[in-house]
Design a protein around this ligand. Structure first.
Ligand code: GTQ
Length: 345
């Protein structure tokens, strides 16, 4: 590779003349914006342990009333991007949200897409587009772009969930904004009941649903049962994984980020190939040893970690007797739509 001219090689008066006209020479920065072979990544392999995070989130419950927070969230920020950027990866935002009994996080809608992965507690619900979705451990609830959503809690103990949003990307696109609304009236009908079996969809009067997001809640009991059934059906299968999809189209559940559940058999270790999208892993059940290049963490229940793109990841179940279950989020739909998706050996 030949060395390109540096900024210092150019006369100061010339650079000043360019700057005054909002012009910049490309060649001193060409290698930085188009590095050889592998992209520059700010995303660092990072682990957030639930047992250290939870007391601080509960403290936020005492320090800041819900009216002063709207959403009481501690953001899982990747130090590689700078904490103030509040991003886990280039396109993913992660937050742990707390709702105390009786609290209400008022209705709003926004351009970024979100999902909630319920971590702990009983009795909370999210109403999305008029559909009241109960929140239980491991449930995935979508709040896609533009849909009204609000959170409430009729239980007796704190409820905590993990928010995954494509906020960094939508913000970077200068397309991120919200609108506040009023308490939604709950409609009859729930996607998680209507689409209760894979391959069978509601067809009233011979018409298929025209809703863009026909299913908003994916109960953990169903995803777990699907993984166990798949593992039993295919004892040879290395990667026991399911994707959360739109049951009408088979496409990813949302447009920008992909969501999956993965089961590690007792004692199993799975080597994921290096792929262009960054990934997030959240432990639903069991313990997993995660290797991301030279780094290693143990994910205990409710722990979360992220891995940069173009990086091999190995996941090992710490138990020899019980399966481990992980929720996975990644940037695959975005990379595929943009035509930059790749897998490397
Ligand atoms: O629950 O609507 O973590 O609007 C960040 C922004 C959660 C939410 C977040 C949000 C929400």
């Amino acid at each position: 590779m030949n060395d390109l001219g540096r900024l210092e090689d150019l006369p100061a008066e010339y650079l000043a003349e360019l700057r005054a006209l909002n012009l910049v020479p490309l060649w001193p920065s060409l290698r930085a914006v188009l590095p050889p072979g592998v992209p520059m990544r700010n995303t660092r392999a990072t682990h957030w342990a639930y047992d250290t995070l939870k007391p601080l989130l509960l403290k936020a419950g005492k320090l800041t009333p819900i009216e002063k927070a709207e959403r009481r969230v501690l953001v899982l920020a990747n130090p590689g991007h700078g904490l103030e950027k509040m991003q886990a990866s280039a396109a993913m935002y992660l937050g742990m949200q707390l709702l105390m009994p009786g609290e209400w996080a008022p209705s709003h809608r926004h351009t970024p897409n979100a999902v909630r992965m319920v971590v702990e507690g009983e009795g909370a619900w999210t109403t999305v587009d008029g559909e009241k979705c109960p929140m239980r451990r491991g449930d995935l609830i979508l709040t896609p772009t533009g849909l009204w959503h609000e959170h409430g809690h009729d239980g007796t103990e704190p409820v905590i969930w993990l928010d995954v949003l494509d906020l960094p990307l939508v913000y970077y696109m200068e397309a991120s904004y919200h609108i506040n609304g009023v308490r939604q009236s709950v409609k009859s009908g729930r996607g998680d009941r209507a689409y209760v079996r894979g391959g069978i969809v509601p067809t009233p009067v011979f018409e298929r649903s025209s809703r863009t997001y026909p299913m908003l809640r994916y109960p953990w009991a169903d995803a777990r049962a699907a993984l166990e059934s798949l593992a039993t059906d295919r004892p040879d299968l290395e990667q026991v994984q399911v994707t959360y999809v739109n049951p009408e189209t088979g496409d990813d559940a949302e447009n920008i980020l992909g969501f999956y559940a993965l089961m590690l058999r007792p004692g199993q270790s799975v080597a994921l190939p290096a792929r262009s999208p960054a990934m997030v892993f959240h432990q639903i059940e069991g313990r997993t040893q995660v290797h991301i290049e030279s780094q290693a963490f143990t994910l205990a229940e409710a722990d979360t970690c992220c891995a940069p793109g173009y990086t091999k990841v190995t996941l090992g179940n710490c138990s020899e007797s019980a399966p481990a279950f992980l929720f996975v989020a990644d940037e695959t739909p975005l990379h595929r739509k943009l035509g930059v998706f790749e897998t490397r050996e």
